[in-house]
Design a protein around this ligand. Structure first.
Ligand code: PMV
Length: 324
């Protein structure tokens, strides 16, 4: 009986994944680009145990059943199929940041689980195969496997849809100041959101324009061009939220304070601060800035009504095993 622990970071998408070509395998409708978030992490321990009658999951110190356990078991089933192992597993996982509020907890969860489960079953997967395995748990999890600034190529099937690093964490001193406005679990999960994306008449235009946004985003990272990055990141975020709001049924993740932060960020940038916003499927706002102004941005954010807390994250490394 081997116990393996893995750690991984959530990631913030600069160019968002929203909508699937193949929902069961999470083959996305468009490519995406993200940055891993150092300091925020998921730790996951997996033990395949001959004494267990079924898979068990403890999430943030609580026994978890229902849909969360089913998703974990589905990934364990894949690992069992890959190895021929016929044992159930105890999975113990915890996050040091709020779960299910638009800070990509499912991304770090499934990246860490893919690594811990495959290693506990005796597999040594390369980064590409690990990214593919993580993707089957939650699409964006494939981007938490490689380190730093990461691109997920759409691909057309299970084989060629995976993520890779486009620049290491120390390539660019960016900071994500996450303005926490709510720690409530989001009302509609991304799974339902991806499914309804196609019901918005705006999704087709969003997808058709994705290669342009990806090219600009990739280039602005490689050239460390903050102003151009800010523009494309905000446009991409606004396009995804426009699709969400015009889907059937309409999806609204923002709270009044979300818009207050967005407007403040635009004003700060106009006044010369290198800062921009992006928002995933939740109300919390990721405020990206250059490290040189992170303290000031942190302070400014705390003065906005409705901001409960600010988490600070620099570019993070890849998913990795932990040895005790
Ligand atoms: O991986 P999922 O199914 O949780 O979807 C992620 C969706 C967004 O966070 C909104 C965008 C993204 O690319 O991370």
């Amino acid at each position: 009986m081997t116990t393996v622990t893995a750690q991984s970071h959530p990631n913030i998408a600069f160019i968002k994944y929203w909508g699937d070509r193949d929902a069961s395998l999470h083959i996305p409708s468009n490519g995406s680009i993200s940055m891993n978030l150092e300091g925020l992490s998921t730790h996951t321990q997996v033990t395949f145990d001959p004494g267990l009658p079924e898979d068990r999951l403890a999430l943030n110190r609580h026994i978890s059943k229902g849909p969360a356990l089913q998703r974990v078991s589905a990934m364990l089933d894949r690992v069992r199929q890959m190895t021929g192992l016929n044992l159930f597993a105890q999975v113990t996982s915890s996050n040091n940041f709020p779960t299910g509020t638009g800070i990509a907890s499912s991304a770090s969860a499934f990246a860490a689980l893919a690594l811990a489960a495959s290693s506990a079953a005796g597999l040594t997967l390369d980064e590409c195969d690990l990214s593919r395995l993580a993707r089957t748990g939650s699409g964006s999890a494939c981007r938490s496997v490689p380190g730093g600034f990461v691109e997920w190529q759409t691909g057309s099937d299970d084989e060629d849809s995976y993520a890779f690093s486009i620049a290491p964490p120390d390539y660019w001193d960016l900071v994500d100041c996450v303005a926490i406005l709510s720690k409530k679990h989001k009302p509609v999960g991304s799974k339902e959101g991806h499914q309804s994306a196609g019901s918005s008449p705006l999704q087709e235009a969003r997808l058709a324009d994705a290669p342009r946004r990806l090219d600009i985003c990739r280039r602005t990272i490689l050239e460390r061009d903050f102003d151009a990055l800010a523009e494309i990141v905000e446009q991409d975020c606004n396009m995804m939220h426009a699709v969400m709001m015009t889907s059937l049924p309409g999806l609204f993740y923002w709270e009044p304070a979300t818009l207050a932060v967005m407007q403040a960020v635009l004003e700060w940038r106009k006044a010369g601060l290198p800062v921009c916003y992006t928002i995933d499927a939740g109300s919390n706002v990721h405020v990206l800035c250059l490290a040189s102004v992170a303290d000031r941005v942190d302070q400014n954010l705390r003065e906005i009504e409705g901001v409960q807390e600010v988490l600070i994250a620099r570019p993070g490394g890849p998913a990795r095993l932990e040895y005790s």
